[in-house]
Write a protein that binds this ligand. Structure first.
Ligand SMILES: CC(C)(COP(=O)(O)OP(=O)(O)OC[C@H]1O[C@@H](n2cnc3c(N)ncnc32)[C@H](O)[C@@H]1OP(=O)(O)O)[C@@H](O)C(=O)NCCC(=O)NCCSC(=O)C[C@H](O)C(=O)O
Ligand SMILES: [Mg+2]
Length: 287
């Protein structure tokens, strides 16, 4: 579980000034400013310039700011990186990452630039090769988060779109395992039907159950559901407090185990309970 909230992570096409402006007032934990698939080929250069100017202007407050570049193996990737580095973005998100060497190459560029000493790297997990290399990618230099690209992944796997996402579950789990082993964030893929609230809620619940930190989104109308589902509920917060209290009381009596609601509470459950409270506090601090 990431201490910083990433419940809602909204893609914004770097070519859309109105959407870029609107995001300054949205209740969103993180923004992916997209130069890749949301931007048409003929718009690539304009979007790159607009985004560099927009990020330099700022106004996004506490929202995490992540820039999705075109791949370094495309004709736009290097120019994207060159245009964005002077802004010193919080993170760059690399598409279609197949292995750690793709991360290392960009890390070297960031190392060589004064403005990007603190810039993190995030990786899109959306190729079959990338999924198989998830553990190595998650441990590559500057890595801070994995983002599932379930559209590209489904395309590569040639699987059908199913409400239960059964064909994708192994890949989702492999990315979660890799992210947790490396101690970095892991964000679920997008739900394409942006007017289908019930479908979005069900997929968010599934992602939350699995352990994702949050969900990538494509439209502001999806924010409330993701923010709600990926936040600790009132019941979870109350239970966490009771578990901590009961365990401390048991400890004071020399016991290593407490019982709450008929279930045992050991030290490991207290760690989870404390993380739940820390996440709730971090969300409250966002205002
Ligand atoms: C899906 C959309 C094309 C819909 O656009 P539109 O018809 O303009 O929506 P609305 O008229 O309902 O918009 C209402 C207002 O909200 C603003 N808006 C819309 N989308 C966004 C957004 N993403 N961020 C911020 N603001 C947004 C509009 O500007 C309107 O504002 P206003 O006029 O001031 O009221 C559109 O939503 C869209 O383009 N979404 C993003 C699509 C995208 O980013 N796709 C790429 C990412 S998905 C992906 O690639 C995942 C991965 O790689 C994979 O493989 O799975
Ligand atoms: Mg993709």
């Amino acid at each position: 579980m990431s201490a910083r909230p990433y419940r809602s992570v909204l893609y914004i096409p770097g070519s859309k000034p109105r959407a870029l402006d609107k995001a300054r007032s949205l209740t969103v934990d993180a923004i992916i400013f997209d130069l890749e698939d949301a931007v048409a080929v003929e718009e690539k250069a304009n979007a790159r310039a607009l985004l560099a100017e927009t990020l330099a202007t700022g106004g996004y407050g506490a929202r995490a700011q992540i820039v999705r570049l075109n791949g370094m193996d495309t004709e736009w990737g290097r120019a994207d990186l060159d245009a964005i580095m002077p802004v010193g973005p919080q993170a760059v998100l690399l598409p279609k990452v197949d292995g750690p060497e793709m991360v290392e190459a960009v890390a070297r560029q960031l190392d060589a630039n004064l403005a990007t000493q603190d810039t993190q790297i995030w990786a899109m997990m959306e190729t079959a090769t990338g999924i198989l290399n998830a553990a190595a990618i998650a441990r590559a230099p500057r890595m801070a988060g994995l983002v599932l690209g379930t559209n590209d992944l489904a395309k590569e796997l040639t699987c059908r779109t199913r409400a239960d996402r059964e064909p994708l579950l192994l890949s989702l789990q492999m990315c979660l395992l890799a992210a947790r082993a490396a101690g970095i964030a892991c964000i679920d893929g997008v739900y394409n039907a942006f007017k289908d609230d019930a479908g979005l809620r069900a997929e968010c619940e599934q992602g939350r159950d699995m352990g994702f930190d949050g969900k990538t989104l494509i439209h502001p109308a999806q924010l409330d559901i993701a923010n709600t589902v990926f936040a600790p509920s009132e019941d979870e917060i109350a239970l966490a407090r009771r578990q901590i209290e009961a365990f401390r009381a048991a400890e004071a009596e020399g016991q290593g185990v407490a019982v709450v609601d008929g279930r045992i509470v050991e030290n490991l459950h207290v760690v989870t309970a404390e993380a739940t409270l820390a996440k709730a506090d971090a969300i409250a601090a966002l205002g």
